[in-house]
Design a protein around this ligand. Structure first.
Ligand code: PLP
Length: 495
């Protein structure tokens, strides 16, 4: 039976095709799309080491994108995971003495969001065609650094799309800003706003919800869409690398087929780790998923107590892509935990938005604790972990990965569970040179490209291609605007 999709908040379970869910991103009732059932994969664990990343992606994704033809999906996968990745394995695994690191940073923007955002534009383009929308697409994104660049890299020069990215002028690193402002592609627009990330995010949501904006855009032949991580076109492609990692563990002789593994996942919006949970439901032998947070540890508290409370101070840390207080994708896990009860899910989400807090019954949180372990690392613990692993193994971690690595070792110490552990490595250390140099005690006041050169000397690892290009790339975008002028600017940019 072909998979269709329904909303986590719709008690009538109205059915949508995969391409409709991709096109809409969010369900009209504000809920998230979930598959109506999970498929039986045509896949033996033993065969995993023999499959290429692209072959595996096709086997896993085909049932989830059931109204795409096999040829269409294969074509999307071929375009998404090719020479744009600098490793032919796409997501190689590196082994140190005590841990394995699944490297998700060999794509064009050297962070893990490329795994989803290199595929999504192709899925979206086909979805528009299948649903016979005559309208072209405008992708609007507010970014704190990583998503904006990854989305632009994915959508650059994709036919019938325009992408507009807003970032806080003083809220991203120099490397991130240069990466964004040097983005090529006539359909890409980058704008610095004189405000913080929340200002940008709030304004983008307002623009999405404004019927006058929708109408004005329609008259120009466009509709809005989002590249947000709640889109099923981003969520499900992330299952693939969990299976691929398992195959590489087998290939390296670290495990035998059927043996359980643990994954430690640096977590923000709960998309990456949720994909791991779906992989488990599809039959991948995962014992525990470790939800690793930084000082914004709302999820650590949730998994310990069942209380989700976003009314807390926001911490700016060295792992900015995890500085988040509302983890959107958690709603999908709640929906399953509540036995797919959409009414209850909607009630909890309503409490979160009106009161800033909700609570899950004790017995349900106990059930979740059998699958998840949650913990966090402070800024100091993150830095110490970077230093420890580099001094012991000569292997440099970025701060996000270091959070995952720290929590993995805490878990082993606290539980004594020595099941083979894979740390999901979400960014290259070259993306955060200042923080990595600080952790290693080697920074001499350098920032931006100067810090990159210093880090290069310290870790003696080749520059990723995108960093080489960054040194000479011309800055192509130079727009700044006040948050209150964002609407006007969007209409000017869409021609
Ligand atoms: C986005 C991001 C994360 C968090 O992933 P989620 O799916 O939002 O939980 C972790 N590390 C890096 C480098 C990221 O860019």
């Amino acid at each position: 039976m072909a998979i269709s999709y329904r909303s986590t908040r719709d008690q009538h379970a109205t059915s949508f095709l995969a391409s409709q869910a991709v096109l809409q991103g969010l369900s009209p009732d504000g809920g998230l799309f979930v598959p109506d059932h999970l498929p039986q994969l045509n896949l033996e664990l033993m065969d995993l080491p023999k499959l290429t990343y692209q072959e595996l992606a096709f086997k896993i994704l085909q049932p989830f994108f059931s109204d795409y033809t096999a040829t269409e999906l294969q074509d999307c996968i071929a375009k998404a995971y090719g020479d744009n990745f600098t490793s032919p394995q796409i997501t190689p695994v590196k082994f140190t003495a005590d841990l394995a690191y699944l490297e998700l940073f060999h794509g064009p923007t050297i962070a893990f969001k490329d795994l989803a955002l290199q595929l999504l534009p192709h899925l979206l383009q086909l979805a528009a065609k299948k649903n016979q929308t005559a309208l072209k697409t405008v992708i609007l994104t507010a970014t704190s650094g990583d998503t904006g660049k990854a989305a632009m890299a994915g959508f650059a020069d994709v036919k019938d799309t325009q992408i507009i990215v807003f970032y806080p002028k003083d809220g991203v690193s120099e490397v991130q800003e240069k990466q964004m402002r040097s983005q090529t592609g006539a359909n890409t627009h980058v704008v610095a706003i004189t405000g913080n990330f929340d200002d940008a995010q709030t304004k983008v949501k307002e623009i999405f919800d404004d019927p006058d904006m929708a109408l004005a855009l329609q008259q120009k032949g466009y509709r809005f869409s989002s590249a947000n991580s709640i889109n099923i076109g981003r969520l499900f492609p992330q299952m693939v690398y969990y299976f691929y990692a398992y195959g590489q563990m087998l290939k390296a002789g670290k495990i035998t087929a059927g043996q359980a593994v643990n994954f430690s996942v640096p977590t923000g919006n709960f998309g990456d780790i949720l994909a791991g949970w779906y992989a488990k439901k599809l039959g991948l032998p995962i014992k525990k998923l470790l939800c690793a947070s930084n000082e914004n540890n709302v999820l650590t508290e949730f998994f310990a107590s069942g209380i989700y409370d976003r009314k807390r101070p926001f911490h700016v840390t060295t792992s900015p892509s995890m500085d988040i207080l509302v983890s959107s994708n958690l709603e999908r896990l709640l929906f399953y935990t509540l036995d797919q009860d959409a009414t209850k899910t909607a009630q909890l989400m309503d409490q979160l938005s009106t009161r800033g807090v909700y609570m899950l019954d004790a017995e349900l949180i106990t059930k979740l604790q059998t699958e998840f372990f949650a913990d966090f690392a402070t800024i100091d613990q993150t830095a110490t972990e970077i230093k420890r692993v580099f001094e012991k193994e000569g292997y440099p971690l970025d701060p996000h990965t270091a959070v995952g690595s720290f929590v993995a070792r805490q878990y082993q110490l606290k539980t004594g569970d020595l099941t083979p552990m894979i740390v999901v490595s979400t960014a290259s250390p070259y993306k955060f040179p200042e923080a990595v140099l600080d952790a290693l005690g080697k920074r001499q006041e350098a920032t931006g490209t100067a810090a990159l050169k210093q880090l290069h000397q310290v870790i003696a690892q080749p520059y990723p291609q995108t960093i080489v290009e960054l040194f000479t790339a011309p800055l192509l975008h130079d727009l700044t605007c006040d948050p209150k002028d964002m609407k006007k600017l969007v209409l000017q940019l869409v021609k």
